[in-house]
Design a protein around this ligand. Structure first.
Ligand code: AMP
Length: 552
């Protein structure tokens, strides 16, 4: 092999903020703060405070490889932590505040965090956990002295005081690009949360993979993005790196993420694109219906994290003229694996005809290889028909969980591909269709019923706000679908009517055996429907169809 003669410069995260401070210097970062007001500065201003924070961390004994945790909303200080911590070679460990307190305790201890940065909102939570957190871990509240919480964490340090007086420039250290930069725990359906440890190299390569399709997803100078997707989970889908590189203005929404508040902020800042999970868009769509319009300036909605219901995509596209991009990925993949990027022929089609592709999980990113396999582990064709377990491979895909032999035992196949736990088909153009989770799929009389497809059909019912389909035990068929729905405010519906609505949308044997109406559905810490909790909640539900069948 003849070696190329190019410089072997490490791919480091610090180079992104340096580039942004120089080339995108006057692009703004706006944050709706926990304190209640709006804060504004530029990438150049941010770089100065990042340098100050990095100096403080180094002066206070944070060494390369040390874990520094955050428990915070989307805001400029959280963004500063991403760069200051990784910049000095330490590991930015973002913790999801919506996890159960026991899980947070487990995570902080497992990661052996040295420092914990928290938004004031979470001071009471941290105070409550204090006895079970590492003894020598210090806590910093991310605010100024005047806003320090009065009754909790009275011993904690104050963020703005750490920065005061520190130098506003820094020469970043250089080190191996494979060094760890970020840590995020993912809570599976069983067992303790598992840590995914990102490197500088994986982060940069993931960023470049998304950048290859940047234009269609709102990443451009002169444009602005409101990340509803949290910095506390899966690197906000890479936005903290993507926005500075492309010179996209950032509008961080802080803690108020309901439809009316989001609408107001999007409107006020004329935000051009917003990224988040479908539940958030259901809330925003309800507000748009009330106001009879989309927020001023909004053009692109990127939805991911769980399947986006077809009717939601239809409403946003056809009623409000928004351009929806659907993405799929997972914590273990940095996280984006695929995005809906239409090919030339599809782009020229009327919007209506593009919708089935927008409802798909899109096409793989550069650097992310996909394969589907049957129950025997053998590869299945990408013919749009065959479906099986989806596995992935790439430089931004996790090779092993952090210090977790149990979880690593079954995470990869013999060829080293990561098992996603998703069931999918892939068509000849590379469009990915997630059919289900391996554990959520309903097996009726030996045949698979896709809970996702059923939910997508049911959400089109005009009275249904949100719904989920789970498998309920059945003596004859082994499992049958049970639909659980939340109705829109002031609306009514009956089980029979919903079944009637579905009759011409899915195969007859897919029709749910029962439809239940509830006030609210349980969600996970990342805002997805928690089928685990639903299954637990309805484990004793007896389907009305059981009485009709002779028991075998
Ligand atoms: P997490 O690691 O919490 O991001 O969860 C990853 C899982 O979320 C994936 O394995 C999928 O099951 C699910 N998921 C993410 N995005 C989508 C999507 N667009 N459609 C369907 N499922 C999705």
């Amino acid at each position: 092999m003849l070696r190329g003669l190019m410089m072997d410069r490490p791919l480091l995260i610090s180079s992104i903020i340096d580039f942004a401070a120089e080339i995108r210097s006057d692009t703004e970062i706006v944050s709706a703060r926990v304190e209640g007001d709006l804060h504004r500065y530029t990438y150049a201003g941010s770089r100065r405070r990042i340098a100050q924070l990095a100096h403080w961390l180094q002066d206070h004994g944070i060494k390369p490889g040390d874990r520094v945790a955050t428990l915070a909303w989307n805001g400029y200080r959280h963004f500063e932590l991403y760069y200051a911590i990784a910049g000095i070679g330490a590991v930015c460990h973002t913790i999801n505040p919506r996890l159960f307190p026991d899980q947070i305790t487990y995570i902080v201890n497992h990661a052996e965090d040295r420092l914990l940065f928290v938004d004031g909102t979470f001071a009471p939570l941290v105070e409550k956990l204090a006895g079970s957190l590492p003894k020598d871990m210090r806590t910093v509240v991310m605010t100024d002295r005047g806003h320090m919480p009065e009754n909790a964490l009275t011993y904690a340090l104050c963020y703005e005081e750490l920065l005061a007086g520190q130098p506003e420039t820094i020469d970043w250290p250089e080190f191996d690009e494979n060094s760890a930069a970020g840590l995020c725990y993912t809570s599976g359906t069983t067992g303790n949360p598992k840590g995914v440890l990102y490197s500088h190299r994986s982060t940069i390569l993931h960023t470049l993979g998304v950048l290859a399709v940047a234009d269609g997803i709102g990443l451009r100078p002169g444009q602005s993005i409101l990340p509803v997707v949290p910095l506390f989970h899966v690197n906000a889908w890479g936005l903290p790196y993507l926005m500075p590189l492309t010179g996209t203005k950032i509008v961080f929404p802080g803690p108020r993420l309901d439809g009316p508040n989001l609408f107001a902020l999007l409107d006020q800042e004329s935000v051009t694109a917003a990224w988040g999970v479908p539940t958030v868009w259901l809330g925003l769509a309800a507000e748009m219906r009330k106001q009879g319009r989309a927020p001023a300036g909004l053009q692109v909605v990127l939805t991911g994290g769980s399947a986006a219901p077809g009717p939601l995509i239809r409403e946003l596209e056809l009623n409000y003229g928004l351009n929806i991009t659907h993405g799929w990925g997972m914590t273990e993949m940095s996280p984006v694996g695929s995005l809906t990027v239409l090919n030339k022929k599809m782009r020229n089609q009327p919007r209506e005809e593009q919708l089935p592709y927008k409802a798909s999980q899109g096409r793989r990113l550069f650097g992310c290889d996909l394969k589907i396999v049957g129950e025997d582990g053998k590869r299945l064709p990408h013919d749009g028909v065959a479906f099986g377990e989806l596995l992935v491979r790439g430089p931004a895909v996790m090779s092993a969980y952090f210090n977790d032999d149990d979880a690593n035992a079954a995470s990869h196949d013999a060829e080293g591909w990561l098992r996603t736990g998703d069931v999918a088909r892939i068509d000849p153009d590379g469009f990915l269709f997630i059919v289900d989770r391996t554990k959520d799929v309903i097996k009726s009389g030996g045949e698979w019923i896709s809970s996702i497809d059923l939910e997508n059909a049911a959400i089109g019912h005009p009275a249904i706000q949100e719904c989920a389909v789970i498998a309920a035990p059945h003596p004859k068929w082994s499992e049958r679908p049970l639909l659980i729905a939340v109705l829109k405010e002031g609306q009514t519906a009956t089980a029979e009517e919903v079944r009637g609505f579905l009759a011409d949308k899915v195969a007859k044997w897919w029709l749910p055996d029962d439809v239940l109406f509830v006030a609210e559905l349980p969600h996970t810490a990342t805002g997805k429907l928690s089928k685990l909790q639903l299954r637990e909640q309805f484990k004793d539900h007896v389907l009305p169809t059981i009485a009709e069948q002779p028991t075998p």
